[in-house]
Design a protein around this ligand. Structure first.
Ligand SMILES: NC(=O)c1ccc[n+]([C@@H]2O[C@H](COP(=O)([O-])OP(=O)(O)OC[C@H]3O[C@@H](n4cnc5c(N)ncnc54)[C@H](OP(=O)(O)O)[C@@H]3O)[C@@H](O)[C@H]2O)c1
Length: 444
């Protein structure tokens, strides 16, 4: 039997709702279809202005790796594009093959990941089809969401907070066998029960952005937002921003969303964010947000809307926005940052930081607890998916291009094993209670 026929036999069984024992009885395929980058293409974008990810992201057959005792094979029904897939596909700031090589030096466990291809993707929902010999709590047939935080529990650094381990990795970015394929390999600790009211593509698009925003705003390691806090959210209709806005509202804070168009402003308002600033309407000329007066103009706009300065600024844009972010935070305020989309060498006027006793909090990913907590909020229907578009697996590069060029809102999903949108909903009554308008807000 050819590998892809085997792959389909197991996938068909998953799709038809086969039981765990039935799934165990079907052989794992030797290979499967997935989206990957190639090591021998590192450098193809050197000197090019438009590093178009459609040139570097390929879809084809890859080998099924050997399973470690603490791992599971998940048949991926749907996955999502995150900005890290864009970084991987443009080989910046460093080619992710360097991460795989480093992982490979850790012995057999890591060496399986060090391959000439890298299967990308850090968000998935699907069905467990195999468990390693050491896995106790999960079994074939379980419907799951995969959290991308990959922690080595033997590392003492991880005991208090998994993110404090030097060996912590982002699955599908710093490891191989990620989300964008018919199957993926995960550590059992990455698994969370799938929210029953969501479709595969909705369930598989939340965790990375939602949990990152949760740690930044709510968790004990971030800005620890409290009721009534004014929170400035850059890119409020983007991946991170669309969850940050919801978490602020849900926690009794006052979000002020920044967006770049009237349509996005409308979307963010419909999400319950009363105060929205369209940055394209700030008269900043060519320098944009790096204009020396950008902070003051933004600050004035925020005061006009809410009457006070933000206690928390939700940052991830870096070079273009960081100076304004530091400026607009209130006395004693916090700038919490997890990225630098527009450049990682920032400039800001330090007088506004120290004289006004502000602090900058670096944040990265989330620990297992934070991933579970935010998925609990999603499962309870308090935080909703922000899915705006769905592509087939063969269109993974197009999906990534949409995110690369900021053509999207919220999240972009990729159907891997699911044959159509809307599959996988096990609790239609809860869906009805929440309302399709809320669950599909970003698709309208
Ligand atoms: N460290 C971590 O754990 C972690 C986790 C997740 C993401 N990240 C990083 O966070 C960044 C954002 O990720 P994402 O998934 O939210 O991306 P995204 O979906 O592309 O959203 C980014 C948002 O940024 C806004 N934006 C783009 N260019 C801008 C500019 N020049 N000035 C102001 N706003 C601009 C856009 O909104 P408007 O155009 O409407 O303003 C867009 O909605 C990426 O760099 C990613 O790598 C880090």
């Amino acid at each position: 039997m050819s590998p892809s026929v085997q792959s389909h036999e197991l996938l068909d069984a998953v799709r038809s709702g086969a039981t765990g024992p039935e799934l165990q009885d079907i052989d794992l395929p030797g290979s499967f279809r997935a989206a990957y980058t190639l090591k021998n293409e590192v450098g193809i974008f050197d000197g090019q202005a438009d590093k178009d990810v459609r040139r570097s992201l390929h879809v084809g057959e890859v080998d099924m790796p050997e399973l470690a005792p603490d791992e599971c094979v998940v048949a991926v029904m749907a996955a999502a594009i995150n900005f890290n897939t864009v970084w991987s596909a443009i080989f910046e700031p460093i080619p992710t093959f360097a991460f795989l090589e480093k992982f490979g030096r850790q012995g057999w466990h890591g060496a399986r990941h060090d391959l000439p291809y890298h299967v990308l993707g850090s968000d998935a929902a699907g069905v467990v089809v195999r468990t390693g010999s050491g896995v106790k709590r999960w079994k074939a047939g379980d419907k799951v969401v995969v959290s991308p935080s990959y922690v080595d529990e033997e590392d003492h650094g991880s005991y208090d907070d998994g993110m404090m381990s030097e060996t912590q990795l982002a699955w599908g970015f710093e490891t191989n066998f990620g989300a964008l394929g018919e199957y993926c390999i995960v550590k059992a600790n990455q698994l969370v029960h799938k929210p029953a009211h969501l479709s595969w593509e909705e369930a598989g698009s939340n965790t990375l952005c939602a949990a990152t925003a949760y740690r930044m705003l709510v968790g004990s390691h971030g800005a620890r937002m409290k009721q009534g806090d004014v929170v400035l959210v850059w890119g409020a209709s983007g991946g991170l921003g669309s969850y940050a806005t919801q978490l602020v509202k849900n926690g009794g804070g006052i979000p002020v969303g920044v967006v770049s168009s009237a349509e996005k402003a409308e979307l963010v308002r419909a999400q319950g964010c009363e105060h929205v600033i369209n940055r394209s309407e700030l008269d900043l000329g060519e320098q944009g947000l790096r204009h020396p007066k950008a902070g003051r103009m933004l600050g004035e706009a925020i005061r006009r809307l809410v009457g006070e300065d933000p206690g928390i600024v939700f940052e991830y844009l870096g070079r273009e926005t960081f100076g304004a972010s530091v400026y607009v935070a209130k006395r004693g305020g916090k700038i919490v940052t997890c990225g630098s989309s527009t450049g990682y060498k920032h400039e800001y006027d330090n007088r506004f930081l120290w004289m006004r006793l502000k602090s900058i909090i670096g944040s990265h990913g989330f620990n297992y607890h934070e991933a579970v907590e935010v998925n609990r909020l999603i499962g309870l229907g308090m935080i909703h998916p922000t899915l705006s578009a769905v592509f087939p697996l063969d269109g993974a590069a197009e999906a990534t291009r949409a995110v690369q060029t900021n053509q999207h809102t919220g999240k972009v999903a990729v159907l891997c094993g699911a044959t159509a949108e809307g599959q996988g909903v096990d609790d239609p009554a809860m869906r009805e209670r929440i309302g399709e308008d809320k669950l599909n807000l970003y698709r309208s």
